[in-house]
Design a protein around this ligand. Structure first.
Ligand code: ADP
Length: 728
């Protein structure tokens, strides 16, 4: 007798056994196919793990699988293995981990066939002359197709920005034709659309190290902003493509700007599959299939793209490896960066982690010789590194956060006709609204947080739970009408700058001003035109952008991050400062960075300003070592939340009481209320477990999770475990 062992997306950390479907051919079950099964009163889609001949469950209790959805698995074994490895490492239920490694379209039961089965090709002897010179989009579409003599798929045309709605028009003019797909790509000598740049010595050394050997090797490409890391990626990818292999590139959520993707598309004459959250489920699946069949030699995506199968993997690149968006912060809390290293090792391909501000974990991995440390310390081309000034604003009068010294500097740069970037990491008009008579503050009713005042449109907004309400006309507490905004966010800074520089165009970049599709691209286009202007914005401005005309970067307030309770607070602040600063002086004009602070004498801030990130990071690593914090110590957090105060903490306390004796070799700390205890109406608490030994911690946690599942309160309380947490 055989049984089908199935992984089901449920919170339970185990698999489930089923009987084969009635009337089934018993030889046709391949591990990895999707199956439809009865689960409680529902029908769910699961993934067949294996066919077994024994089960712990009495056969009479087993139900048959309802249906087998795929003839062969859509996901290769190595991707399932990666998801299973991650389930084990992150202590996550295997069914959910496997599920999350599949495109949503397949999780919902969509048919595992991509839409396109044919390619478009220019017809023999055709030319663009048959198209009216004014029909620009038709011209561009024809050009794109003609550039691909082997044919190009509809998805690739869409990905390249071609108008697929015009295909029928060109076909009716007999300029293009459909052909059945044969998976051939341009010959090695025809891969490039534009000539590569001549690498400088540092770039050349990095490039040679990366491409020298076959097989697994991990590199940290530690290159200051503007040092030409992307050029190194592009040339390493070229080597990969020449061997007929594929490149997988992960970029942060926010980094997936058209500018980034365009640099890859402009360089190579091959289809690029782009996986990001703005695609429909079906589009994402098509891009996934495109990668999986090897039709897209270059695959670019955000975090979850780490699970994209490649037919012939050649290299993995993680750009901005320090970025927090690579760690999923809820549900399946994996780090795509760390999984990428595991994947590269399993596939025996090189991996490049690139950043101007590498995470302390990656720097430590270089010290341990796990990664090769490749450094780029000069800016590429003629650009110079910007000059840094800590501007002590103690006792200085401030106009909504702007000191007069800074305003004078902004004025000077604008007069030279260059651009200024003003960074303030708070959106909205003001971070709080206060009653001038009694001191009442507008607080969120569902969180331990103040509500942010927004004026466009006018409302109070909690940035933690998203709840909103109209701006009150009177104080909730004393009825006074003397309500005043306190502090400044991007909207208020924009307003103040408008008053100070009425003739200068000001562009605000934050989540609110760019929520409409295409609005970010529009702002970027205007800035790239190069006229003198001021950009005001949040961290959305910090990452990846190349603004050749920006000569002054003003950081209004970085003090908040200096005294964070989170041990990563200082690292994150430094990364943010260096990344924003890196937008200054990226072309021929030299750049300057002014950082307003009340703590100009803060030793780490001073070190960062005078010696740069590398020295700062070494010092910060020493402190982590001294206090036995990651990366020297390995940690996991068990979090719990409940509708009543004390309940989550009580649950975690009872876990600690019951379990800590069984696991005496790991350190227990807590439970403590989470940094913001009440959030979105629930009370949150956390318990920290740590060890100097990773295997010991892992071993303890897997037993611990199994024990927690059987705790009488476990099903009544929301709890989760976070390995290598990013937020404390
Ligand atoms: P990073 O990714 O390290 O911030 P970029 O790759 O964006 O840096 O490079 C910054 C600028 O320098 C870009 O305009 C790029 O075209 C240019 N650049 C990169 N490498 C070279 C080179 N070897 N010679 C000339 N310009 C270069």
């Amino acid at each position: 007798m055989i049984f089908l062992r199935v992984a089901i997306p449920s919170p339970l950390r185990r698999h489930f056994d089923y009987l084969p479907p009635e009337h089934a051919n018993t030889h046709s079950f391949q591990a990895g196919v999707r199956v439809k099964v009865p689960f409680g009163r529902r029908e769910l889609i699961g993934i067949l793990l294996e066919v077994v001949t024994e089960t712990d469950v009495p056969t009479s209790k087993l139900k048959p699988v309802i249906d087998i959805l795929d003839n062969t698995p859509l996901q290769p074994q190595y991707i399932r293995d990666l998801a299973l490895w991650a389930a084990d490492y992150y202590q996550h239920p295997i069914g959910d981990a496997l599920f999350q490694s599949l495109p949503v379209y397949l999780r919902k039961g969509g048919e595992g066939v991509a839409t396109h089965t044919y390619l478009w090709q220019a017809t023999h002897n055709a030319s663009a002359e048959g198209i009216s010179a004014r029909a620009h989009q038709q011209q561009a579409l024809y050009q794109l197709i003609a550039e691909h003599p082997q044919g190009i798929s509809k998805e690739a045309i869409r990905a390249e920005g071609g108008q697929i709605t015009l295909l029928a028009t060109l076909e009716s003019k007999k300029l293009i034709k459909k052909v059945t797909q044969e998976h051939s790509l341009p010959e090695a000598s025809h891969l490039l659309k534009e000539a590569p740049l001549v690498l400088n010595t540092e770039q050349q050394n990095a490039f040679q190290s990366i491409t020298k050997d076959e097989g697994f090797n991990a590199f940290l490409l530690d290159g200051i902003t503007g040092s030409g890391k992307t050029e190194v990626y592009l040339q390493a990818i070229h080597e990969t493509l020449k061997k007929g292999r594929q490149a997988l590139i992960l970029v942060p959520e926010i980094g997936l700007t058209p500018q980034t993707v365009q640099r890859f598309k402009s360089r190579f004459r091959v289809p690029v599959a782009v996986l990001h959250s703005n695609l429909t489920d079906k589009q994402r699946f098509d891009a996934w299939m495109h990668a999986s069949k090897g039709e897209a030699p270059i695959v670019i995506g955000t975090r979850s793209a780490i699970f994209t199968p490649l037919k012939s993997p050649g290299i993995i690149i993680i750009d901005e490896e320090h970025d927090s968006s690579f760690k999923q912060q809820e549900g399946f809390r994996y780090s795509a960066r760390d999984l990428a290293v595991v994947r590269a090792h399993a596939e025996q391909v090189p991996i490049v982690l690139g950043s101007a501000t590498p995470s302390l974990e990656s720097l430590h991995n270089c010290v341990l010789n796990r990664y090769q440390h490749l450094m780029l310390r000069v800016r590429a081309g003629n650009a110079k590194t910007p000059e840094f000034q800590l501007l002590d604003i103690k006792r200085l009068p401030l106009n909504n956060g702007l000191s007069s010294t800074l305003v004078t500097q902004i004025q000077q740069h604008l007069e030279k006709g260059t651009q200024v970037l003003v960074f303030i990491n708070r959106r909205g008009f003001a971070p709080s609204l206060i009653c001038h008579d009694c001191g009442w503050l507008a607080e969120c009713r569902r969180c331990d947080a103040r509500m942010t005042l927004h004026q466009k449109p006018a409302h109070l907004h909690c940035h933690h739970c998203d709840s909103q309400r109209p701006i009150p006309s009177q104080c909730d507490h004393c009825g006074s009408r003397a309500l005043k905004p306190v502090g400044a966010g991007t909207e208020r800074t924009e307003q103040t700058l408008n008053e100070l520089f009425p003739k200068t165009p000001i562009f605000r970049v934050d989540r609110d001003s760019t929520s409409r599709k295409g609005s970010m691209a529009k702002i970027m286009e205007q800035v790239q035109e190069g006229a003198s202007c001021i950009l005001v914005g949040t961290q959305m401005l910090a990452k990846g952008h190349h603004f050749p005309k920006v000569t002054l970067v003003a950081i209004l307030d970085a003090d908040a991050g200096l005294f964070s309770t989170d041990f990563r607070g200082m690292e994150r602040t430094a990364q943010m400062i260096v990344q924003v600063a890196g937008r200054a002086g990226r072309a021929e004009h030299p750049g300057k960075v002014v950082l307003q602070t009340h703590h100009a004498e803060h030793p780490l801030l001073e070190l960062l300003a005078t010696k740069g990130y590398e020295t700062f990071a070494k010092e910060e690593l020493k402190q982590r070592h001294q206090f036995q914090l990651p990366p020297y110590q390995h940690i996991a957090i068990i979090r719990a939340e409940a509708a009543y105060t004390g309940r989550a903490e009580g649950f975690l306390q009872s876990i600690r009481d019951q379990q800590s004796q069984a696991f005496p070799h790991v350190q227990w700390s807590g439970p403590f209320p989470s940094p913001m205890e009440k959030r979105a109406g629930v009370f949150r608490s956390q318990l920290l477990i740590s060890s100097l030994s990773r295997p010991l911690l892992q071993h303890s946690l897997s037993y611990l999770c199994a024990n927690i599942e059987t705790h009488p309160m476990a099903s009544k309380i929301r709890w989760s475990i976070d390995i290598d947490p990013y937020d404390m």
